[in-house]
Design a protein around this ligand. Structure first.
Ligand code: ZN
Length: 198
């Protein structure tokens, strides 16, 4: 295998690992408010299981915790991207940006950036309108900003656009597959004891 090919594979590996890290940190973020109340909760790679009944207000904080996790991960990766010489900087950053891209894709398909009522619950925790679209707007802004910054910093040229569109489609199905595999494994273990959050 040529060394160029090896480097490309390593970049893709970093990209998908970064996207998976972003999702796991999001799920952990959901669990932290539950843990702070002393409730059992289990984060898995693509789903959180809250194993105790929660009040409406606690549920709003549990929802918001996921997005605080997502935003913190994006901020850490942004700092690494801008201020370090890490070899796989660009792939690491793109993996974090992909999560906000997924919310945008779901917004355009479903009219909401997230399944269930998670965006609405998190908006309520922040004091924004429950039925509004503040989190949708927030992630549309974040994704546009991150993508523009990536283009400015890496200057990939216009020829990369078909490759990026392919990557976007692959990423979309990657996230769906990740959730499906995750839930196939962990639902039988935790779902019976978990309380529906929406
Ligand atoms: Zn979530």
């Amino acid at each position: 295998m040529s060394s160029d090919r090896k480097e490309e594979i390593k970049n893709w590996a970093v990209y998908f690992l970064s996207a998976m890290a972003a999702v796991f940190i999001h799920e952990t973020g959901h669990c932290i408010p539950a843990w702070l109340h002393g409730y059992p909760a289990v984060p898995t790679p693509a789903m959180e299981y809250i194993l105790h009944p929660v009040t409406v207000e606690q549920n709003q904080w549990i929802s918001l915790g996921g997005y605080i996790g997502t935003v913190l991960y994006i901020m850490v990766v942004l700092i690494i991207f801008l201020f370090t010489d890490f070899k796989y900087n660009s792939a690491l950053y793109a993996g974090a940006a992909a999560v906000s891209g997924m919310y945008c894709a779901l917004f355009f398909i479903n009219g909401r950036g997230h399944g269930g009522h998670e965006f609405q619950e998190a908006q309520a925790a922040l004091g924004f309108s429950y039925s509004g679209h503040s989190l949708d707007v927030f992630f549309l802004t974040i994704f546009t900003f991150l993508t523009a910054l990536w283009f400015i910093r890496t200057r990939p040229g216009y020829k990369i656009i078909p490759k990026l569109l392919t990557a976007a489609i692959v990423t979309f199905f990657f996230f769906i597959a990740l959730e499906w595999v995750n839930n196939s494994i962990f639902d039988p273990l935790f779902k019976a004891g978990a309380f529906p959050r929406n």
